[in-house]
Design a protein around this ligand. Sequence first.
Ligand code: SF4
Length: 356
Amino acid sequence: MNNYEDNKKIIGIPRAISYYGNYPFYYGYFTALGIKIILSDKTTTGIINDGVEKVVSDTCLPIKVFVGHVLNLLQKGCDRIFVPSLQSSAYKINNCSKIRGLPEIIRNVIDKPFKMIEPTIDKTEGISFRDFCYDIAHEYDIFDEELINFAIDAGWRVYDNFLKMTNSGVNYEIALRMAIEGRTVTAPIEVVKPLSVVIMAHGYNLFDERISMNLIKKLDKMGVKVYTSLNVSKKDALKSIRELDEIQYWANELDLTGTAAYYMLNNKVDGIIALSAFGCGPDSLMVDEIQYHAKQRNMPMIHLTIDEHTGEAGFVTRIEAFIDMLIRKKRKTLEQNNIVTLPNTHVKIRELSVTK
Ligand code: SF4
């Protein structure tokens, strides 16, 4: 027996993968259709371990985490779970095979009875986002086109508001909460920080605080200004990829190459931090591409990879070492130009892994 009275009008959304980019839309859309959302809990070590137990070891961490979140929803008694098949976001702009095949993965590793809501978006094959939304509604026996279109508009309203706030500098958590509450806030007046970095990473790796081990907060505490994909418009990210004479191949390249390229080309940061899952094929290509361009511009860069075994102490050490190196480099440049001196860093150099 489950915990929800009208299970037909509920949807369980795993707090993983597309949740981090699309939840504002999902929230507006499902709510307008009258479907109650059950979210899985925030990622914990237990959720990760549950996912790890179910899949082969060389699967990337975000997919293991997704599996763990599906199990978490089942434990909560939710038996309608959203597992979209996100094939391509534009003509021949593809997602990785694991995201494309997510429903198949879940079907094969979880042998418990539940209904999977698994709409497809595949613009290469002419399956549009509108088709995707209509498929979802039909699963709930909702065929009223006016209502479905109204729900799609509602989804975009919440999403656009979220994006407007994050593009202006409001942080992820606050923008998400405000967008869901139908409110808007402006970014706080920025305190000028002596050092800034851009993090190139998928939202599901970076904004999941357990996976990223609170990377943004750690840098913030060190006094470093952090930019992420949420601070760049999609248009600017795409334009920046092209300015590097590269093409967008992967569906979520804007979070990685687009974001890093934008800040690098505009000379807005002192360094680049790439955060990716161990064994991720697409990310390794994208990181290599940016590493090549960073090297041409003498822009320091570090690549942090994560999996379920990554220990926080070693992770912190590498970040501190990188920031320490950036401070030394910047101090030298500023002093040479008689501009200003930066305070001594509190971190110690233990290890450096930078683009030379
Ligand atoms: S893009 Fe990489 S990290 Fe993300 S799901 Fe695919 S293989 Fe995993």
